[in-house]
Design a protein around this ligand. Structure first.
Ligand SMILES: C[S@@+](CC[C@H](N)C(=O)[O-])C[C@H]1O[C@@H](n2cnc3c(N)ncnc32)[C@H](O)[C@@H]1O
Length: 232
């Protein structure tokens, strides 16, 4: 069986810049760097406080820029970055090597099938978990749980959707229209491909249920980022 999404992420990475793969086309490097700073310096501070010295951290969906792996390695943590896509891992390695970082391992894993061995002091999954199809979400959470030492912390970003607002419906109508009608034109004019990457959205109540079922306790929440602690 082919892994979910692997082909799309490989194709997308061959065709797009790091920012295009991470945040989507239309975003700038400046915007991506601002997002990295915001996550590392504000959202992840409680998570960082839980990490023992020289921790081993798992970065799930490390991405082509390996931006969070680089930030955590620079703070002297040992990061293992996993990703479903070989193309992403090649780009991530280049970015890591360019910064002369030596405490980052890269491994190819599909989160849905990843086997955990309770050997990580912490894990994070940013801009990635919502790309896992909803019916595979519990198995994926269990795989993270099995990768962590008892009581370790997991910082994860969900796509939260508590209400179907008019703004959300209008945005999706616009997005899908652009995708359907404009992307073939862009392909003809500029040979630019576009890729639809699935997003699984959950209500707060569903997220609470997902965490409970996969044996995580919600410790804190910052908009769509959740700090979880694994039950021993
Ligand atoms: C939007 S990018 C975010 C990358 C990185 N976390 C960041 O914020 O810069 C999503 C990444 O998750 C990876 N990915 C998607 N599905 C995955 C899966 N099932 N298992 C592991 N990695 C996956 C993709 O290849 C891609 O590199």
């Amino acid at each position: 069986m082919k892994n979910w999404g692997e082909e799309i992420w490989n194709e997308k990475t061959k065709d797009h810049s790091d920012v295009g793969v991470i945040l989507g086309t239309g975003y700038s490097v400046k915007k991506m760097n601002a997002n990295t700073d915001k996550v590392v310096n504000t959202i992840a501070t409680d998570f960082i406080k839980t990490l023992p010295e020289n921790s081993k951290i798992l970065d799930i969906g490390v991405g082509p820029a390996a931006r969070f792996a680089i930030a955590f390695c620079s703070r002297k943590y040992n990061v293992t970055g996993v990703d479903i896509s070989n193309e992403v891992l090649i780009r991530a390695k280049k970015n890591i090597d360019e910064r002369k970082i030596t405490n980052c391992l890269l491994e190819k894993h599909d989160l849905v099938e990843m086997k955990g061995h309770q050997n990580f002091d912490g894990a994070y999954c940013l801009e990635t978990f919502f790309h896992i199809p909803a019916h595979l979400c519990l198995q994926s959470m269990k795989n993270v749980h099995d990768s962590l030492k008892p009581n370790a912390f997991f910082l994860v970003q969900f796509a939260v959707q508590d209400k179907m607002t008019l703004g959300f419906l209008a945005y999706n109508l616009f997005y899908m229209s652009v995708y359907t009608f404009i992307s073939p034109i862009l392909k003809i004019l500029f040979n630019r491909k576009s890729f639809y990457t699935h997003v699984s959205r959950y209500s707060t109540q569903e997220i609470e249920d997902i965490c409970k079922r996969s044996e995580f306790k919600i410790i804190n929440r910052y908009n769509d980022y959740f700090l979880l602690q694994s039950n021993s």
